[in-house]
Design a protein around this ligand. Structure first.
Ligand SMILES: Nc1ncnc2c1ncn2[C@@H]1O[C@H](COP(=O)(O)OP(=O)(O)OP(=O)(O)O)[C@@H](O)[C@H]1O
Ligand SMILES: [Mg+2]
Length: 286
C-alpha cells in the first residue's frame, strides 16, 4: 500500500499565543474582514521583513520585504529560481530564515512556530501536486480535512454535527463537486482533484491561503473557474498565489509582486510591473 504522510490537520491542535503587542509596521489592505482570533489591527495579515534564506552560501531569499493585507489576493510572479516556493516554505515553517522577521497578524512570530502550529494558526498551503486520499470519496476527504484532532478512522466513524455537515456541503458547492461527493477521489480529473484539495483547505477555514502554481496542468475552463473561485475567496480569506500563467494572473490580481534573485524587484498592478524596464529585462522580456 502506498504510504501517505500524515497531513498537518490530523495532528494535535496547539494554541498559539495571541497577546496584543502591536507595532507601527506598515499596513496595507482591507481592514478587519477576516482574522478571527488573529490580531490584524493594522490590516496586515502577513509581514516579512529582511528575510534571507541561504542554501550552502547561495541566497535563495535576500533581504526580502513583503506585506500582505487582510483579505487581499496577491500574486507573486518571477522567473524560475526567483525564490517563490522558498518564500512559501518560510511562511509555512518548512524552511527557517537565516535572518529576518515573519509575523502572522500582529503577534504570531512564524519563525518560532512549528509547521503544525502554523497550519493550526490559520495558514493553509496547497502544493502543486494534489494529495487527496484517492480511495476515499470526495465527501470523506473533506470530512477528514475538517476534523483536525482525530486519526483517519476515528474521524470517519465519528458523527458529523449538522453544522460540520453544512459547512462541507457549502464547500462542495464552492468547488463545484456537489454531484461528485460520493465518488472516490481517485476517479476525479486532475483539475477536480485540485479543486478538492482547495476544498480540503477551505473546510479548515484558513485566514491565509498559499497556492503554488494552482493552474498548472489545468484546462482553459478549469483555469477560468479557478480565477472565479479565488476572486470569490478574497475578502473572506487572504490569498497568496504564485503563478507563471500571466493570463491567469491578469484575470485575478490587482496587486502583483515580482521576485528576482530572492528579493522584491517590483510591485503594483500587473500592467505597471509589465511596463517596468527592470522587470522586462530580468523576466518578461527573456
Ligand atoms: N533545499 C534547497 N537546497 C539548495 N538550493 C535550493 C533549495 N531549495 C531551493 N533552492 C534554490 O533556491 C533558488 C530558489 O528556488 P525556488 O524553488 O524558491 O524558486 P521558484 O521561484 O519557486 O522557481 P520556479 O518558478 O521554478 O518554481 C533556486 O536557485 C533553487 O535551486
Ligand atoms: Mg517554485
Amino acid at each position: 500500500m502506498k504510504t501517505t504522510p500524515t497531513p498537518a490537520f490530523m495532528l494535535e491542535p496547539i494554541l498559539a499565543p495571541n497577546s496584543d503587542a502591536g507595532t507601527s509596521r506598515d499596513a496595507i489592505g482591507f481592514g478587519q474582514m477576516v482574522g478571527k482570533g488573529l490580531n490584524t489591527r493594522h490590516g496586515t495579515i502577513l509581514t516579512l521583513e529582511d528575510i534571507s534564506v541561504s542554501f550552502d552560501g547561495f541566497k535563495a531569499l535576500n533581504n526580502l520585504n513583503l506585506y500582505i493585507g487582510v483579505g487581499e489576493l496577491r500574486c507573486i510572479i518571477g522567473p524560475n529560481g526567483a525564490g517563490k516556493t522558498t518564500l512559501m516554505d518560510v511562511i509555512t515553517g518548512k524552511t527557517r530564515p537565516s535572518h529576518g522577521k515573519a509575523w502572522f497578524g500582529e503577534t504570531l512570530d512564524l519563525t518560532l512556530m512549528s509547521e503544525v502550529q502554523i497550519a493550526q494558526a490559520g495558514i493553509g498551503r496547497k502544493f502543486q501536486k494534489p494529495t487527496v486520499f484517492e480511495a476515499l470519496s470526495v465527501f470523506e476527504n473533506l470530512e477528514l480535512a475538517q476534523k483536525t484532532d482525530k486519526s483517519v478512522w476515528a474521524s470517519l466513524r465519528a458523527r458529523l454535527t449538522g453544522e460540520q455537515q453544512d459547512s462541507i456541503l457549502q464547500v462542495l458547492e464552492t468547488i463545484r463537486l456537489t454531484h461528485s461527493m460520493h465518488r472516490p477521489a481517485g476517479l476525479l480529473s486532475h483539475g477536480q482533484k485540485q479543486f478538492l484539495e482547495i476544498g480540503m483547505l477551505l473546510v479548515q477555514d484558513p485566514q491565509l491561503l498559499l497556492l503554488d502554481e494552482p493552474v498548472a496542468g489545468m484546462t482553459d475552463a478549469e483555469t477560468e473557474f479557478t480565477a472565479e473561485l479565488f476572486k470569490s475567496l478574497a475578502g473572506k480569506h487572504s490569498l497568496m498565489v504564485v503563478e507563471h500563467d500571466m493570463g491567469f494572473v491578469g484575470s485575478i490580481a490587482d496587486h502583483v509582486t515580482v521576485l528576482h534573485q530572492g528579493s522584491v524587484l517590483a510591485e503594483g498592478s500587473l500592467e505597471a510591473v509589465q511596463a517596468d524596464e527592470r522587470v522586462i529585462e530580468v523576466y518578461l522580456g527573456r
